[in-house]
Design a binder for this molecule. Structure first.
Ligand code: ATP
Length: 502
C-alpha cells in the first residue's frame, strides 16, 4: 500500500469508526456505490452546504434559490440531450473481466510494451503485449485484450404510474416471433409510455423554472438560480469511497447573462469559486484550475474550467465551471413552444439598432459535488502529529483540522471527573450552547486525555473542561484543537469566546 492509498484508507476507517460515513445496507453485505452519512457526517455535509448557500444565495442580491423535484417530464431529458448523449464508453477486459470506462483508463502511447498476468491473477502466466490503436489498457490488470467500446447511458430509468411495462411487454410479445431488434424496439415503445428518469444533474430543474423565477421575482439579468440536491448516475466504475457514487449530492447555480458577456462572467465565477473552496482549507496549494481541451468540452459548452483538487491519487475534479451558452434555454424553448427569453428595455437590439432587446440568455454554471466536497475536506483536514504524552512516552495524535465553520461539533464540554458536582456545572454550560444553536457535545466517558483525543479525531475545535477550580472561581479551561494550548476563562464568557472564535 503506498502512502496515498494509505491516506484514503485511513479516512475510510476514521469515517466509519467515528460516525461520519457508513456503507449503505452494511448488514446485507453493503450496496457497492451508496453511502450513509452518520451523525457527524451529516453535520459536516450540512455545514458545507450551508456555507455554500450562504455565499451563493443569502449574501447576494443577484442569486435566488430553488428546490426542484427529482422526477421531471421525460421530454426534459430528451431535449437536453441526456437520453441520446449522456453516456460513457464502456469496455470489458477480456483477460480479467473488469468492466471500466475507456476515458478513465490508463492512457499509454500506441506501441508501448506492457506485461500482464493471465486472468489478472498474481500467479497467472506473464503475457507480453503492446498498446494498440485505442491507446489504453485495462486499469485492473494492464491487459490489452479488450472488448469494443459501447456507449452506456448513465441515467437510471424507471416507470411512473400503475402500469407495469414488463407485463405490457409480455402480453404484446407472447404470441409473436420477433427478432432481437424488434424486441428491443417494442420494449422501448412500451416503456416510453411511463418512463421516468432519476435526474443525473440538478441543472435541468433550474432551466425548467427559469421563466417562473425570473417573472415572479422580477429578476434582472445578470442573475442566478442556485440549487442543492440529489443526483443519480449509473456510473460504470464507482470508485474511491464517496468520490464517485451512483447517488450523490450536487450544489449548482445557473447564472443567466447577456450574450457576449459570458467570457467575463466565466472568469468571475471561476475565480470566486476557487477562492471559496480555499477559504475553508488548510492547504490552498491543493487547488488548481484546468481549462477543458476542445475535445473534452460537453456538447452544450463553449468553454469550461475544472476546479481540481490534489487527491491522494492525483489531480481530479471537484467542481466544473462551464459556459453553457444558450443551449438549454433555446432547446427547451423550441421543444416546448414556450419563449424562454429575456427582454431588456434599457438595451439596444444589436441587430436592428432599435431600443429594447429580446434575447435568450447565456448561462454560466458553477457545478460541484457536495458529497465529493465532504471527502475533499476530510482529506485536507487529516493530520497526524507526533508528541510526548503525560507519561513521557512518544505518541501520535490524529486530528481533523476542519475549519471551525465546517466542524460537526463546535465545542465539547467535559467534566474532569464524574463526581463532586462537576457534571452538573458542565451540563448547564452545554445547555447554553444548545440554546444558542451551536452544536455542542457533553462528554464524561473515559479519561480526560482520551476525550481530548476523541474530539481531536473528529475535528472539534474547542474543548471546555470543568475541573475542581471551576467550583471555586467559576472558570473553565478552553483547549484549542490545533495547538492543544489551554487557557482559563470565566464560565459566563464561554459562549461569547467560542462564538468569537467561530
Ligand atoms: P466526472 O468527470 O468526475 O465524471 P463530471 O464532469 O461528469 O464529473 P459534472 O456533470 O460537471 O461532473 O457534475 C458536477 C459535479 O458533480 C462534479 O464536479 C463532481 O463534483 C460531482 N459529481 C459528478 N458525478 C459524481 C458522482 N458520480 N459521484 C459524486 N460526485 C459526482
Amino acid at each position: 500500500m503506498n502512502k496515498n492509498d494509505d491516506l484514503l484508507s485511513k479516512i475510510v476507517s476514521l469515517a466509519k469508526r467515528r460516525g461520519f460515513i457508513f456503507q449503505s445496507s452494511e448488514i446485507y453485505g453493503g450496496l457497492k456505490s451508496a453511502y450513509d452519512y452518520g451523525p457527524l457526517g451529516v453535520e459536516l455535509k450540512r455545514n458545507i452546504a450551508n456555507q455554500w448557500w450562504r455565499t451563493m444565495v443569502l449574501e447576494r442580491e443577484d442569486v435566488v434559490g430553488l428546490d426542484a423535484a427529482i422526477m421531471m417530464h421525460p421530454k426534459v431529458w430528451e431535449t437536453s440531450g441526456h437520453v441520446s448523449g449522456f453516456s460513457d464508453p464502456l469496455v470489458d477486459c477480456l483477460n480479467c473481466k473488469e468492466r471500466f470506462r475507456a476515458d478513465k483508463a490508463p492512457q499509454l502511447p500506441v506501441g508501448t510494451a506492457v506485461t500482464y498476468r493471465q486472468g489478472g491473477k498474481p500467479n497467472g502466466k506473464e503475457i507480453s503485449s503492446v498498446v494498440g490503436e485505442r491507446g489504453y489498457v485495462c486499469p485492473n490488470c494492464n491487459s490489452t485484450e479488450l472488448s469494443d467500446e459501447r456507449q452506456f447511458n448513465l441515467m437510471f430509468r424507471t416507470s411512473i404510474g400503475p402500469i407495469d411495462p414488463v407485463d405490457s411487454f409480455i402480453n404484446e410479445i407472447a404470441e409473436k416471433k420477433l427478432s432481437r431488434q424488434e424486441l428491443r424496439e417494442k420494449y422501448e415503445e412500451l416503456l416510453s409510455k411511463s418512463v421516468i428518469y432519476l435526474r443525473p444533474e440538478t441543472a435541468q430543474g433550474i432551466f425548467m423554472q427559469y421563466l417562473n423565477v425570473q417573472q415572479s421575482l422580477s429578476m434582472k439579468i445578470p442573475f442566478g438560480i442556485a440549487q442543492q440536491g440529489k443526483a443519480f448516475r449509473n456510473e460504470i466504475t464507482t470508485e474511491r469511497f464517496i468520490f464517485r457514487t451512483c447517488e450523490f449530492e450536487q450544489m449548482e447555480m445557473e447564472y443567466f447573462v447577456e450574450p457576449g458577456t459570458q467570457r467575463q462572467w466565466l472568469e468571475y465565477w471561476t475565480s470566486e469559486r476557487i477562492k471559496w473552496w480555499q477559504s475553508f482549507a488548510n492547504n490552498r496549494d491543493n487547488f488548481r484550475l484546468r481549462e477543458h481541451t476542445p475535445d473534452e468540452l460537453a456538447h452544450y459548452a463553449d468553454c469550461c474550467f475544472d476546479i481540481e483538487y490534489r487527491y491522494p491519487w492525483g489531480w481530479d475534479e471537484l467542481e466544473g465551471v462551464a459556459s453553457r451558452t444558450d443551449y438549454d434555454l433555446s432547446k427547451h424553448a423550441a421543444a416546448s413552444g414556450v419563449k424562454l427569453s429575456y427582454f431588456d428595455q434599457t438595451r439596444t437590439n444589436p441587430d436592428t439598432g432599435k431600443p429594447g432587446w429580446r434575447y435568450t440568455p447565456y448561462v454560466i454554471e458553477p457545478a460541484s459535488g457536495l458529497t465529493r466536497a465532504v471527502l475533499m475536506y476530510l482529506l485536507d483536514a487529516y493530520s497526524e502529529e507526533s508528541g510526548i504524552d503525560a507519561q513521557g512516552r512518544e505518541k501520535t495524535r490524529t486530528l481533523l483540522k476542519l475549519h471551525p465553520l465546517l466542524a460537526p461539533i463546535k465545542v465539547a464540554v467535559l467534566p474532569l471527573v464524574k463526581k463532586d458536582g462537576l457534571p452538573d456545572i458542565a451540563r448547564k454550560i452545554v445547555e447554553k450552547f444548545f440554546k444558542a444553536g451551536i452544536n455542542a457535545s457533553y462528554d464524561e466517558q473515559h479519561s480526560i486525555g482520551k476525550r481530548y483525543s476523541r474530539h481531536d479525531e473528529v475535528g472539534t475545535p474547542f474543548c471546555l473542561t470543568v475541573d475542581h477550580q471551576t467550583s471555586t472561581d467559576d472558570t473553565v479551561t478552553i483547549r484549542d484543537r490545533d495547538t492543544t494550548r489551554q487557557e482559563r476563562i470565566p464560565i459566563d464568557k464561554a459562549l461569547e469566546v467560542v462564538k468569537a472564535k467561530l
